[in-house]
Design a binder for this molecule. Structure first.
Ligand code: FMN
Length: 242
């Protein structure tokens, strides 16, 4: 499926570049549009559930590694940029492995503390999947999601706005579709955490940052505003309704 053939261009490309240049929901994290992404930044051709990726454009997700919660900040910001790209008519696909991070850092002139957490392919997709690509997608359980009860035990009795947030979390992307996010209701707040140890290479906190954005969009679409407070350890963040 994922063989976008030409770099992004036109008014939509400009709009996305502008958006990313100013979108900074959390200091220390940003998304950068790489309109021309040379093939050398990809290490191989089989990059995961979507099979062969050769993307002439990319989104690069960068965070300040000196901050303890940089991965969560970056996940949130990155997903915001990816959703904006989708809204503008582009196709995206997160790529955590198979990226030459040093090359990307060098191309963008990043500083040593600026870590490339992930990138996303960016372009115009076509739908012809080879048999191999379909099989790989099946193996990675693409499309399958944990139940609400699994990610938020007891949530059937929680307020509607929380359930609305959780429903959007369920469809969020995560590395290898592992969906590490878990939720607990604490008064007017919802705590987001993960179980087990974090993985330094592709962080569970990055996935949880993506979940933060999805939760917020769901809660807000149910009419409830709030704010995030970033946490440490296995806790990632707390959303408190205002
Ligand atoms: C941090 C991160 C890294 C990812 N890395 C890759 C990757 O290297 N290759 C790939 O094909 N998909 C990658 N994905 C996409 C996931 O595999 C995908 O979101 C998940 O399998 C769910 O698929 P679905 O949304 O199509 O159901 C990544 C997603 C995230 C959030």
């Amino acid at each position: 499926m994922y063989l976008p053939g030409r770099p992004i261009a036109g008014a939509e490309a400009e709009a996305l570049t502008q958006f990313c240049a100013t979108y900074s929901p959390f200091p220390g994290a940003r998304a950068i549009v790489l309109a021309e992404a040379p093939p050398e930044i990809f290490t191989g051709w089989l990059l995961g559930v979507y099979g062969k990726v050769s993307s002439p454009s990319a989104l690069v997700f960068v965070g300040d590694r000196r901050l303890p919660d940089a991965a969560a900040r970056t996940g949130y910001t990155a997903e915001g940029a990816a959703l904006e790209a989708t809204a503008l008519g582009f196709s995206t696909c997160w790529i955590g492995g198979g990226v030459r991070r040093r090359e990307v850092m060098w191309m963008l002139g990043l500083e040593e503390h600026e870590h490339v957490y992930s990138i996303s392919a960016l372009g115009y997709s076509h739908e012809d999947k080879t048999l191999g690509e379909r099989a790989t997608a099946g193996m990675a359980r693409a499309g399958s999601r944990r139940s609400l009860e699994a990610i938020a035990p007891g949530s059937e009795f929680w307020p509607e706005w929380v359930k609305s947030g959780l429903e959007l979390v369920r469809v969020a992307p995560s590395a290898t579709n592992r969906q590490p996010w878990r939720f607990a209701l604490e008064g007017r707040s919802v705590r987001l955490f993960f179980e087990g140890r974090d993985t330094p290479v592709i962080s569970k906190r990055l996935d949880c940052g993506i979940a933060m954005l999805h939760f917020e969009l769901g809660a807000r679409s149910a009419g409830v505003e709030g704010r995030w407070e970033l946490l440490e350890g296995n806790d990632v963040a707390r959303w408190t309704s205002t």
